[in-house]
Design a protein around this ligand. Sequence first.
Ligand code: ATP
Length: 275
Amino acid sequence: MTSAANEVFAPAKINLTLHVTGQRADCYHLLDSLVMFADVGDRVTVAHADQMSLAVTGPMAAGVPDDARNLCWKAAQAFGAPVAITLDKHLPAAAGIGGGSSDAAAVLRGMEQLFGRPSGVDALSLGADVPVCMVAHAARMSGIGEEVLPLFMEPLSAILVNPGVEVATPDVFRALDRRDNPPMTPWPEGGGTPAALAWLAEQRNDLQPPAITVQPVIAEVLQALADLPDARLVRMSGSGATCFALFDSGTPTEAMVNDLRSAFPQWWVAGTILS
Ligand code: ATP
C-alpha cells in the first residue's frame, strides 16, 4: 500500500485519423489510427475499500452507469481488488472521444499507484481503445487496438464540438460500406506541425460518412468548424459525434470557443491542446 486515495486525469482521446482496414474472422475490425489526447477530460479517484463502489459526479454525469456496467468498475474488477471509485464526468458519453476507455485506463493507473504493483490486466480485454489510453499521449494505434506505437508530435491547438447526440459505435460500423480501406500513408518524420497538418489532410476517418448517415447533425458540426477562421483541418473523432478543428500551434481559440457556445448553446464546445 503506497497511499490512501489517488486522483488520476482521464483525458479525451481524439482520433485524428481512423482508417478501417479490414475485419477479422471473429468480426473485430482492423484499424489504423493516429491518436492524440486533450487537456480536457474526466477525473477518477480510487481509494481503498472493503467492497466495490462507484459514484459518478460532475457536469456530464447524467445517464452514465454507476454500477458494474461502467468501464471503471470493470477495470477495477480486472485489477482484482475492491476500491471506492469516484468518477467526475466532464466528457460527453458515447461521443467518439473514448470517455469510458480513458476512465478505465485511469482506474488501472490509479490502482497501480494505490497498491504499488503493476495491474497485469490485458487492457485490450476492456476495449479496443483502452491500450492507447494507457499510453495517453500521441500514438499510432493499429491491429484491433492492441498495437500502440508512441509518436513524437508537437502539441496541436484544437476545438472539440459535440452536438449532444449519443452515437452507438455498432450502429456506425453497420452503416460502413467498405471494411478494406487503405491504411495511413507513412508518417512524415520531422517537419514539425506544418508537415503533420499536411499529412493529416491526406488521411481519413472512414467512420465519418456512415456516422453522418446515422446522425446527420454531424455534418452541421463539421461545417460550423470549417467556417472558423484559420481552421486547418476539420474531422470527426472515433465513431462520432464529436468533431474537431485543428489550428496552427499557438492560435488563440478562446474567442472562437465563446462564439460557438453562443451560436449553438446546446452543443458541448471545448478549446484544448492535443499532445
Ligand atoms: P470510443 O471513442 O472508445 O468509441 P465513446 O466516447 O464513443 O468511446 P463512451 O463514452 O465510452 O463512448 O460511452 C459508450 C457507452 O458506454 C455509454 O453509452 C455508457 O452507457 C457506457 N459507459 C460505460 N462506462 C462509461 C464511462 N466511464 N463513461 C461514459 N460512458 C460509459
